[in-house]
Write a protein of this length. Structure first.
Lengths: 411, 103
């Protein structure tokens, strides 16, 4: 056993330092096996239904855990550890007290198992085995419990990270970074996740078979993987309705009915605009979303005059409106989510219209910009600046060619 | 620090009103919904006084819509008897002003 005099093993939520941050589970188990001077070490994790233990990793056995069955909580050796949440020692392994055929078939004679918990939540079971009987005592149970506490902190952090990585991967796959653009329109977009989390912001830009071009931006209320999944569904449904309907209000009406029926208790804001070539006459409809900012050559950029209808998911019977918005050649149109301009009021903000000031800053940033890429960079630097993003941010900027006139077929 | 609070008070004519103050956000939204749905079980009409709400985000708005749907499901309704500027602004930005009209 290592003489670890530098720090106690007992896990709090401080940085775990027993194992490197990216150590694999087998590497960690190998270290536990050495610290315990045991022959085997295994981890089983509680499944999603919280009814069974899934064998996750084992060291010290020739065969991998791949063939090992999951164990119902309450049954067998590991099942008993999970149910009682207490250490269990088996001095002499028999088919009576152990049901895992992999352990039985490999000559493991004695076992010590402890629960892996974080706070009041059970994550799984850690157990070590020896190829001789009567190998474990109370002191070793205490030592293994301390290692299990530390392992629990590592595992929980990884679960959170995994769900974060999954949400990020999903969001990345749904947010285009390169667009298929017809002549006459140029587009750039950015997505900035919130500090430590990500929400359900999305944008989309696509051409339809009849030549119309669509600009979309939206925000699913909530955060994390679940919001990213809902966002993906809304994005697909919106594309499908856009194929069928030419009026953005009608598309949003269908999307509202869809969310109210299939995703009850979910809310989303969406701004949708269509324009036929040469993309200077847009029709926009807003479901609870900020109006786009339009920059016209020779005039200061300003939010378009657009009535705001209810956000999606709240009132599917409410009639929705579409509004024509002119964007002349050489002009910009900027769609954005509230993360760009919203900020929780601080002590110095009393009496300030923070959102209004931010929208003014957005207009100024756009005014001085040329192409959509530099406009995106300028908007994010000047409007967001240094303050920590509490909410995620999506920005979509389209610029129309100064010539303004292209052929009607959009090519 | 303006912590979230929701408490049932008796309004004009003995009508129960739930008075809400503080920040209505991700941290307090579920508590808010629980407080209302647990304390307003004797009345089909839920009256909310949001005059003391200092900040509301989209999850706070989501809580209001949940309460509205809950009352509608019981054949009742939700009425706002007061709304702070912070609440009014969010309702306006999300197109919900006409749907949550003040009583």
């Amino acid at each position: 056993v290592d003489a670890d005099h530098s720090r106690p093993l007992g896990g709090g939520d401080e940085e775990p330092s027993l194992w490197p941050a990216h150590a694999t589970l087998p590497t960690i188990l190998d270290d536990i096996r050495q610290r315990m001077s045991s022959g085997t070490a295994s981890v089983l994790l509680v499944d999603n239904a919280r009814l069974r233990l899934e064998p996750t990793a084992t060291v010290g056995l020739e065969r991998t855990t791949r063939g090992a069955p999951s164990i119902p909580i309450g049954k067998g050796f590991a099942g008993r550890v999970a149910q009682t949440r207490q250490p269990v020692i088996i001095d002499e392994v028999t088919s009576e007290n152990v049901i895992n055929p992999v352990l039985l078939g490999h000559g493991v004679r004695s076992l010590l198992g402890v629960p892996i918990t974080v706070g009041s939540e059970l994550l799984g079971v850690l157990h070590v085995g020896q190829f001789r009987p009567n190998a474990f005592d109370e002191d070793q149970a205490i030592q293994l419990t301390e290692l299990a506490n530390e392992l629990g902190v590592v595992l929980q952090r990884r679960f959170i990270d995994d769900s974060h990585v999954a949400a990020l991967a999903l969001q990345r796959s749904l947010l285009p970074t390169a667009f298929r653009l017809p002549a006459g329109i140029d587009i750039a977009a950015r997505y900035v996740p919130a500090e430590g989390d990500l929400g359900g912001d999305w944008y989309d830009a696509f051409q339809l078979p009849d030549g119309r071009f669509a600009l979309v931006i939206g925000d699913v209320v909530g955060h994390g993987l679940e919001s990213a999944i809902i966002m993906g569904r809304l994005r697909s449904a919106l594309r499908a309705y856009a194929l069928e309907h030419t009026d953005p209000a009608e598309v949003l009406q269908h999307l509202d009915q869809k969310i109210c029926h299939f995703e009850p208790d979910r809310l989303a804001t969406v701004l949708l605009g269509f324009a036929p070539p040469p993309y200077t006459t847009w029709t926009f409809s807003s479901a609870g979303h900020f109006a786009p900012v339009v920059a016209t050559p020779g005039a200061p950029p300003a939010p378009a005059d657009l009535p705001i209808d209810p956000l999606l998911g709240a009132a599917p019977q409410t009639p929705r409106r579409s509004t024509a918005i002119q964007v002349p050649g050489g002009g910009l149109v900027c769609l954005y989510t509230d993360g760009l301009v919203e900020r929780r009021p601080g002590v110095f903000d009393a009496g300030h219209d923070v959102v209004g000031e931010k929208i003014d800053a957005l207009c100024t940033a756009l005014d001085e910009s040329e192409d959509p890429e530099s406009a995106c960079i300028r908007v994010l630097t000047e409007v967001v600046g240094e303050h920590i993003a509490e909410d995620d941010i999506a920005v979509l900027i389209a610029r129309l060619d100064a010539a303004g006139i292209v052929d009607g077929d959009g090519e | 620090v303006t912590t979230f609070q929701a408490q049932r008070v008796t309004g004009d004519g003995g009508v129960p009103v739930i008075s809400v103050s503080g920040e209505l956000d991700l941290a307090s939204a579920n508590t808010f919904v629980d407080e209302v749905t647990m304390s307003a079980t004797d009345s089909k009409v839920v009256r909310l006084d949001l005059g003391g709400v200092t900040f509301m985000d989209s999850t706070g708005l989501g809580a209001l819509i949940k309460i509205r749907n809950w009352t509608a499901g019981r054949g009742g309704s939700m009425l706002l008897v007061a709304a702070s500027p912070a609440v009014e602004r969010v309702l306006e930005l999300t197109g919900m002003s006409d749907i949550f009209s003040l009583a």
